[in-house]
Write a protein that binds this ligand. Structure first.
Ligand SMILES: N[C@@H](CCC(=O)N[C@@H](CS)C(=O)NCC(=O)O)C(=O)O
Length: 212
């Protein structure tokens, strides 16, 4: 089976990159430089009409959306236990991934580029502030869920942790004050110790250096 991850540095395609590293499966990475608009080229839009990363080509068949990609990776490599399979635990993992995708990530997008969401003159700061408020509310919920447990789903690492790591890291990059979330910050530090994460971040640094 041939796997190609369409990936952009800094972007949420870090989540499947970490998860693929955890899977142990061989895969290729095709870099899409968002700053250069490579996600909007006719070639890329043919592959993923949404014009977004990540996309995962599985023997040429393209899968998009982090939640779907992570679910597929976990299902394809069951021996790596990348997501819980017991029905209630699986649903809770899905719930947390969905929250990252729809309850946190869109607000990070607004905090990063407010004018893409509201171009009313003078609204930029207010749009960013409101987006950050939503991120902080969401992180308070996640932080409470993490208290007393090592990983998002309990004692076993899962792909949910890769997703949580990315939203946390992205918020930090956007200079959002995360000091009120010690459990989430500790989770981020634990993630930084994993080989899969170190490898993904080294790849990101290398990709950014090449693109400069
Ligand atoms: N719902 C999608 C979101 C994908 C997404 O928004 N990706 C961003 C990077 S974090 C992107 O490709 N942005 C490029 C653009 O909007 O032009 C998922 O979870 O995979």
């Amino acid at each position: 089976m041939k796997l190609t991850l369409y990936y952009a540095p800094i972007a949420c395609s870090l989540v499947p990159l970490i998860t693929l590293n955890e899977s142990g499966a061989p895969f290729d990475v095709h870099t899409v430089l968002l700053a250069k608009g490579q996600q909007k080229t006719p070639e890329y839009l043919k592959l993923n009409p949404k014009g977004k990363v990540p996309a995962l080509a599985i023997d040429g068949d393209v899968l998009t959306e982090n939640v779907a990609i992570l679910s597929w990776i976990a299902g394809q490599f069951p021996e790596r236990h990348l997501l819980p399979t017991e029905p209630r635990a699986a649903a809770k993992a899905l719930s947390m991934m969905a929250f990252c995708a729809s309850g946190i990530h869109p607000h990070l997008g607004r905090a990063n580029a407010p004018l893409r969401f509201c171009d009313h003159p003078g609204s930029e700061d207010a749009t960013r502030r409101l987006a950050i408020d939503e991120v902080l509310k969401a992180f308070a919920v996640v932080n409470d869920q993490l208290v007393g447990q090592t990983w998002a789903c309990g004692s076993q690492w899962s792909a949910v942790d890769a997703y949580l790591f990315w939203v946390w890291r992205r918020a930090g990059q956007l200079k959002i004050d995360l000091s009120a979330f010690p459990a989430l910050n500790a989770h981020g530090a634990r993630m930084g110790e994993r080989d899969s994460v170190k490898k993904a971040l080294a790849f990101e640094a290398e990709t950014l250096a090449k693109a400069a």
